[in-house]
Design a protein around this ligand. Structure first.
Ligand SMILES: Nc1ncnc2c1ncn2[C@@H]1O[C@H](COP(=O)(O)OP(=O)(O)OP(=O)(O)O)[C@@H](O)[C@H]1O
Ligand SMILES: [Mg+2]
Length: 263
């Protein structure tokens, strides 16, 4: 199993949408994919048509009440794509034990496991995402929120990931309204600064944002020809071609050692 998170300490940049679309794309090519929603907004779950009313066992039950993990893995309308819904309030989230979380999720049987966290990948969220996962996709850097700010947040995330021994897969730039500013030299400079490849540059799509506000949807399903889908499919291609080496084979053990050494 390869565990991956999409990480940057910035909200509303497209993390959840990217993660869900990449996951769905991998599933459509035959991989078994599990997406884990750890957020109290349950944005990911709503995207996939799963909400608290139609689920009995959630991540909260599994981690806090020691229920069986398998019962919290729900199929979605996409063959091969599964979801563990959060069922978590913000208070629950802050009380989640990272070791138990890691122990439980390590037993999921799948090819790719994606963890979606709330807006900020710092503090507790960092242990549950970057701390648990073997790999991360940095970003997305959101051009509408200002590249300088996103680059600064990107560098903070890279430092944190290095500390947590999470291997970078590359970065993504999203919501691009001024493509002229992203010249080849600029992208090369960023690759050098971040020491990783740019996996995708995605334009801002006004219609998508407007439609999304009314009722969340997966671009892969509703807009199979859109740029968002094409770019996320190319990220799925890249992941399917093979993953770099990771030393994080036992996430719970890794977190135990990490916390012990930091004390
Ligand atoms: N390329 C794009 N063009 C237009 N809108 C986009 C694009 N990518 C994402 N969005 C919109 O941005 C909003 C936030 O997306 P999403 O929820 O995936 O971000 P997030 O980083 O997970 O947010 P949060 O930090 O709240 O969890 C959504 O309304 C989504 O439709
Ligand atoms: Mg999100």
């Amino acid at each position: 199993m390869h565990s991956i998170t999409v990480a940057i300490s910035k909200g509303g940049v497209g993390k959840t949408l990217l993660l869900a679309n990449v996951g769905a794309s991998l599933a459509s090519r035959g991989s078994k994919v599990v997406l884990v929603d750890t957020t109290e907004t349950m944005h990911l779950s709503r995207l996939l048509g799963v909400n608290n009313r139609n689920v009995k066992v959630t991540l909260e039950h599994v981690v806090k009440r020691s229920l069986v993990l398998d019962e919290s893995v729900y199929p979605t309308r996409f063959p091969g794509l599964h979801l563990i819904p959060s069922g978590i309030t913000l208070k629950d989230f802050l009380e989640l034990n990272p070791f138990k979380f890691a122990e439980k999720l390590s037993s999921v049987d799948c090819d790719f496991l994606f963890i979606d966290v709330p807006y900020a990948t710092v503090g507790r969220a960092a242990l549950l995402s970057l701390g648990f996962c073997q790999y991360y996709i940095l970003g997305p850097l959101d051009q509408t929120q200002g590249m300088t700010l996103c680059i600064e947040e990107g560098l903070n995330t890279i430092d944190l990931a290095a500390l947590l021994k999470t291997v970078p897969l590359g970065f993504v730039i999203n919501k691009v309204k001024e493509p002229d500013k992203l010249t080849n030299e600029y992208l090369k400079d960023l690759e050098q600064l971040f020491q990783m490849k740019c996996l995708a540059v995605i334009h801002y799509i006004q219609k998508m944002e407007e439609a999304f506000e009314k009722s969340p949807f997966l671009p892969l399903e509703k807009n199979p020809e859109s740029e968002f889908t094409r770019k996320t499919e190319s990220i799925a291609d890249f992941l399917q071609r093979g993953m770099p080496r990771t030393l994080k084979t036992d996430a719970a053990e890794f977190l135990h050692t990490f916390i012990r050494e930091k004390r």
